[in-house]
Design a protein around this ligand. Sequence first.
Ligand SMILES: *[C@@H]1O[C@H](CO)[C@@H](O)[C@H](O)[C@H]1NC(C)=O
Ligand SMILES: *[C@@H]1O[C@H](CO)[C@@H](O)[C@H](O)[C@H]1NC(C)=O
Length: 264
Amino acid sequence: MPLLADWLLRHSVVMCLLLHSLVLMTFCFHHAATTCSKRCYCSESETGGKTVRCSNLQLTEIPEDIPNDTRRVYLDFNLFTTIPTNAFASLTNLIELDLSHNELNLLEPGAFRGLGSSLQFLDLSSNKLINLNPAAFEGLRARANLTNNHWHCDCKLQRAVLRVDLEPASLAGIVCQTSDPKEMGVEGRAFLLEPDIDLCVMMKRTTDVAMLVVMFGWFTMVISYLVYYVRANQEDARRHLEYLKSLPSRQGKSEDSSTISTVV
Ligand SMILES: *[C@@H]1O[C@H](CO)[C@@H](O)[C@H](O)[C@H]1NC(C)=O
Ligand SMILES: *[C@@H]1O[C@H](CO)[C@@H](O)[C@H](O)[C@H]1NC(C)=O
């Protein structure tokens, strides 16, 4: 017995180190198991499912290693400028996607493809979106937070909204930073919620005016041509008249000569 105790005592340091590394290794494995994405922090709850947090990591590209059973993804406070086509196509269980506080100015067509049946909330607030591209939101019925972007309100945006399936309440977030036409006073307002403001009617009016100007131009051209034509013809007619006037005398002369000849 004392022999064993002695042996244990002598090797306790080694044992301790071994135990320590074993603990470290299990911790590491455990960590690897929960760090589902290389740079992101992952957690899992019985009720909420898997959550992946990649907030504030200076990311410029969407991580490709987010597990396909993830329910919530937080990608806020990064440096994304665009969302490419099919960026989240494998995440068919996603119910919440947070892309707020980035530099987003472009959502490519099909950017959220594959999320249509599951996604409930999409946060795009505090980005640099200018135009609403309906092709980016194809099939998406989620509620979206679109506030605090650089929205440029014009007829194109007004028409785009008709082709977007997002929950209608989402439109409240589209507050105009700039607008065309400018004089409509929609800047600083969520004009899509005001049914009496129609930027397309304004555009129709301006195209009407353009048409009118073009038609007036044509009309002036036709009139001036007519005037010119009439004037030129008048000159011709006058010359013709003069010619005609000069004819009877000549005819008289010839008649004279003929009578003379018959007389002769
Ligand atoms: C997730 O991906 C694995 C393989 O990587 C696949 O077997 C599984 O069916 C996928 N699950 C879903 C919900 O797409
Ligand atoms: C939308 O985002 C803004 C800014 O990020 C936040 O203040 C606001 O509460 C959000 N709105 C909703 C409905 O989540």
